[in-house]
Design a binder for this molecule. Structure first.
Ligand SMILES: [Zn+2]
Length: 145
């Protein structure tokens, strides 16, 4: 019952995303994310977003699925100091182009050796930014995005 309610809740939160297949393609992360860290990111992302028709891939994105580009960079630009992630916007549209910033995330977690925590955090920020795009929702509210 809890699972059904959760599925209904997710459906009501993400009507535009259901039925669609999107792959978040991670680019430019070779030197930052080792294999165990990639595994932790993948597990958490699939847990969060699998029910919403979105997957994540490291350089193996299939051509026939719709793609969201994700760059994982060390630090944000100076004017975005402390920001953990970004979804790009052009005029009124949020584009399928995201960034996650590794440095501020690791500092926030406070333990640079915790693969599981860092991987989960990267996945959660990536999922958050992906939802800005999937929902075309630039704003935040108290009970969700
Ligand atoms: Zn946001």
């Amino acid at each position: 019952m809890v699972k059904i309610l959760a599925a209904l809740l997710m459906a009501s939160l993400a009507p535009g995303a259901l039925g669609a297949t999107w792959t978040v393609c991670v680019e430019g992360s070779g030197e930052l994310l080792n294999t165990p860290l990639r595994g932790a990111v993948l597990r958490e992302f699939r847990e969060l977003m699998g029910g919403r028709g979105a997957d994540l891939g490291f350089g193996t994105c299939v051509r026939d699925s719709r793609r969201i580009r994700l760059e994982i960079q060390d630090e944000p630009p100076d004017h975005l100091d402390g920001v953990l992630g970004l979804a790009y916007r052009r005029s009124e549209r949020i584009e399928p182009r995201l960034k996650v910033f590794y440095g501020p995330l690791v500092r926030y977690i406070g333990d640079p050796n915790s693969t599981q925590l860092i991987g989960r955090a990267i996945a959660r920020v990536a999922a958050h930014e992906a939802m800005h795009f999937l929902e075309q929702q630039p704003e935040h509210c108290a009970d969700g995005l």
